[in-house]
Design a protein around this ligand. Structure first.
Ligand code: PGU
Length: 427
């Protein structure tokens, strides 16, 4: 029971805050709130924007730029926007999002003529881009399998840790990258897969692994899938870069298709941020492959129920654009050409960066720049070298040494190579 003195103190403090309110002052509710740590990726953009230097270069965030360093709106998107403008209403989408967008999106991951789609075995909802899809899945995992954990590769996209942390799913890690060979630690990965308790959840990057740019080969994916089958593990694919690995979205879905061939019941997060350049539209999809249609209906209804108190239903504009592009054969072909164009420009910049470093006489090996695939080059530079790039050359990248190749251009590649050479030549 509260003491008399306690009650008096309570009444007194209530009166005091009422007086403070009346005088225009307010109680300091948030006195205990400390500033949050800067985001390791988006914080880089903040620092870049604050730098007044005219020679500054941003190779931090994974956002595609053209060869003039300008953000790109794809032609297919411009045409879809023209068709949307003034012609379509902006009412709420259903809780699960745009049915048409989801139909087209599932074809990209599961295959144009997938039996699984025909049999309605996939529970799918529109999500707030790839991040939202991962988060929705993590919350779903926690709600229905509260004792499960998630195995996450080392390294991975930094936000994966935040997503599963905030969903209160305990995290484990598995070996992925081998720093000495700058390639895949396949033996370490397979050991971890074998040693994890049966029925564990694994987060896999479907293609163009972020940040390493290192993917398993087709043969290795087959072995991984086989071992997952033996161990009855669940594969959750994060596919944020479909099209950016090979230039062809169909080829980039290979890992998923192998798992489907082997009869796995997978989960998948898809995003149109990168491959359609719809970053800020926040359009993506979460899908969970189920045993049958009835299960899929149940799972979808639960995913919607998780979304409802958070954001009710997803945004309409990006979903309209995606639906229009993918359901019109001409626009879809234009999109495929434009994806290939983006992937090819990045591949060209990999060659240019490596050649520039070799021409400068760097004694280090830069072979990995051209061996790695997707948007990023995992350069092997130390955090201290990255800091020097920022402080002495106004070049901004994440402290793990990841270079977003999407931000490298004909105009800045020489400057970038020279700076990298300067900070690495004594190592
Ligand atoms: N999954 C992976 C593996 C990613 O790299 C990203 C984006 C996402 C999901 C989420 O993308 P959405 O925009 O939500 O579809 N990673 C980029 C973008 C910046 C960020 O950290 O969100 C990056 O630079 O790593």
């Amino acid at each position: 029971m509260a003491s008399r003195a306690g009650i008096v103190r309570w009444i007194f403090s209530r009166n005091r805050s009422a007086v403070a309110g009346a005088r225009g002052m307010s109680t300091s509710w948030w006195r205990g709130v400390e500033p949050a740590a800067k985001d390791p990726i988006l914080g880089v953009t903040e620092a870049f924007l604050a730098d007044p230097s005219p020679s500054k270069v941003n190779v931090g965030v994974g956002a595609y730029r053209d060869d003039d360093g300008k953000p790109v709106v794809l032609e297919c998107v411009r045409e879809a926007e023209r068709r949307v403008a003034g012609n379509l209403n902006m009412e709420y989408l259903p809780m699960g999002g745009s049915i048409r967008m989801i139909e087209e999106t599932l074809k990209l991951a599961y295959g144009e003529n997938s039996e699984l789609i025909k049999d309605k075995r996939i529970a799918a909802v529109q999500a707030l881009s790839g991040t939202g899809a991962c988060r929705l899945f993590a919350d779903f995992q926690k709600r229905f399998l509260p004792d499960s954990q998630i195995y996450i590769p080392v390294p991975t996209w930094a936000n994966h840790h935040n997503i599963w942390r905030d969903a209160h799913v305990p995290q484990r890690t598995f070996h992925y990258y081998h720093p000495e060979s700058r390639g895949l630690d396949f033996a370490g990965l397979m050991d971890d897969v074998k040693n994890a308790p049966n029925g564990s959840f694994f987060l896999l990057h479907a293609c163009a692994h972020n940040p390493t740019g290192v993917d398993p080969s087709e043969e290795q994916w087959r072995e991984i899938s086989y071992q997952f089958k033996v161990k009855d593990h669940f594969a959750f694919f994060d596919m944020a870069y479909q099209g950016f690995a090979s230039g062809d979205p169909e080829r980039d879905a290979k890992a998923i298709r192998i798992f489907l061939e082997d009869g796995h019941l997978i989960g998948c997060a898809q995003s149109y941020a990168k491959n359609m350049g719809l970053y800020g539209q926040r359009v993506g999809c979460l899908s969970v492959l189920c045993e049958d249609e009835m299960q899929a209906v149940a799972v979808k209804s639960q995913l919607q129920q998780i979304a409802r108190p958070m954001y009710s239903n997803p945004p309409v504009h990006g979903a309209l654009i995606v639906s229009i592009i993918l359901s019109d054969p001409d626009l879809k072909n234009l999109w495929l050409k434009e994806v290939k164009g983006m992937a090819d420009r990045i591949i060209g910049m990999r060659t240019a960066l490596r050649e520039n470093l070799e021409t400068l006489g760097s004694s280090l090996s830069w072979e990995h720049i051209t061996n790695q695939i997707g948007m990023f080059c995992y350069s092997g530079m130390t955090p201290e070298q990255v800091d020097r790039l920022r402080n002495e050359f106004h070049i901004y990248m994440t402290r793990n040494g990841r270079i977003s190749m999407a931000g490298v251009t004909t105009g800045n590649v020489g400057y970038l190579a020279n700076a990298i050479h300067e900070v690495t030549k004594s190592s």
